[in-house]
Write a protein that binds this ligand. Structure first.
Ligand code: TXA
Ligand code: MG
Length: 348
């Protein structure tokens, strides 16, 4: 299958071009498209065959449910059996935007889309291209991140092309995404709303709006319990090389990474380093990538997956990364980095 790339200006999307992509979705086909978090691989959420195609194209286990993307509040009530007041308040605060909420589902969404569960994950994205694509294609787009299962999520259309060329008919190229890591997921099917995946929207912000919110125990360090979001149990976001995070006082971290890099290179290894604007000039060996300034969280979240992909291409043998416990998005950034590292951490 030939994969067509449609370039669309994200600031003022051309309606005719979006219509061209929407037609594929209405016909049960798949389209890669930008959102404000990461690129999604979209199909009609009401069509079980389209959902089946999504699982196939990604090589994703079919018990891992998809997120249904909507463009208005009426659509929410068509697919969610019950929406509690607190969820409504959170929707008012964060939608359209990088928030996904889970509810009991109605029959409108087939079990194929929800990985066999009787609940459905719903998100109203803020990206102009995504919103218009959803409206033009019938109102309900099921979309996981548009990567091959196990690879970092795509933040550029070229990443989607790398992973899915020949497997899907169309990709919308809307440039680089803004946030770079996936949406925050909050489960409203339990007594106490529960964060199943940290994201741009953090637990303090959510708590301010809805009062008490729990964090899924399966996400916590050293806990045996399985995460409730099936997707969080897989070793996602995995670079091909072994990644280790070095944590502690920043200067000591740099010193440790320098020692490890020297050892690695002596042993004939190709070593990658993830450093920041503030430390980059302190490294004199290894392949060094600058993830951005520690004072600008959005450059860090926006660069993370791209850097992991670059190291894959450059075929490094191991990667050492500084830790990035930034004030607002630190939970989310470290969650993704820890998963990419298979939780390998050295504390100094
Ligand atoms: O930012 C995002 O959310 C992106 C963009 C494209 O919107 N999408 C995304 O989708 O990250 P995906 O499929 O890569 O991640 C969805 C996560 C998975 O961990 C999945 O297991 C979980 O959401 N999930 C979906 N429906 C669920 C449900 N009913 N119950 C529990 N977890 C669910
Ligand atoms: Mg994903």
């Amino acid at each position: 299958m030939e994969t067509k790339i449609i370039r669309i200006n994200p600031d003022c999307p051309d309606s005719d071009l979006i219509e061209e992509a929407a037609a594929y979705i209405r016909q049960g086909e798949l389209v890669g498209f930008p959102t404000e978090t990461v690129y999604g691989l979209g199909g009609d959420a009401r069509n079980n065959l389209a959902s089946h195609k999504i699982y196939q194209a990604k090589g994703r286990p079919s018990d891992n449910p998809l997120i249904v993307h909507i463009a208005d509040m009426e659509s929410l009530y068509e697919i969610a059996e019950f929406v509690p007041e607190s969820a409504l308040a959170l929707a008012k605060f964060a939608w359209p935007g990088p928030l996904t909420m889970i509810f009991k589902k109605t029959d409108k969404i087939p079990l194929e889309t929800t990985g066999g569960l009787d609940s459905v994950a719903v998100r109203m994205p803020s990206h102009k291209i995504a919103l218009e694509l959803i409206k033009k294609s019938g109102g309900f787009i099921a979309a996981p991140s548009a990567n091959t299962s196990g690879r970092p999520s795509p933040t550029l259309a070229s990443h989607v092309y790398e992973d899915l060329q020949g497997k899907i008919p169309c990709i919308i190229d809307g440039g680089k995404v803004g946030i770079g890591i996936e949406s925050t997921i909050v489960d409203f099917t339990e007594e106490t709303p529960t964060i199943l995946r940290p994201g741009f929207l953090n637990s303090q912000q959510i708590e301010k709006v809805i009062g008490l919110v729990k964090v899924d125990e399966g996400l916590l360090e050293g806990n045996e319990q399985k995460p409730k979001a099936p997707g969080m149990k897989y070793r996602h976001y995995a670079p091909k090389a072994e990644l280790t995070i070095i944590e502690g006082d920043l200067l000591e971290v740099v010193y440790k990474i320098r020692c490890l890099t020297e050892e690695g290179e002596k042993a004939g290894k190709k070593v990658g380093i993830i450093g920041s604007q503030e430390t980059i000039f302190l490294y004199n060996q290894g392949i060094v990538k600058n993830i951005g300034s520690r004072r600008d969280e959005l450059t860090i979240s926006g660069q993370l997956y791209q850097i992991l992909r670059e190291f894959d291409e450059e075929k490094v043998d191991c990667i050492y990364s500084e830790a990035f416990q930034t004030p607002k998005m630190g939970q989310a950034i470290m969650n993704r980095l820890l998963k990419a590292a298979g939780h390998r951490v050295i504390k100094v």
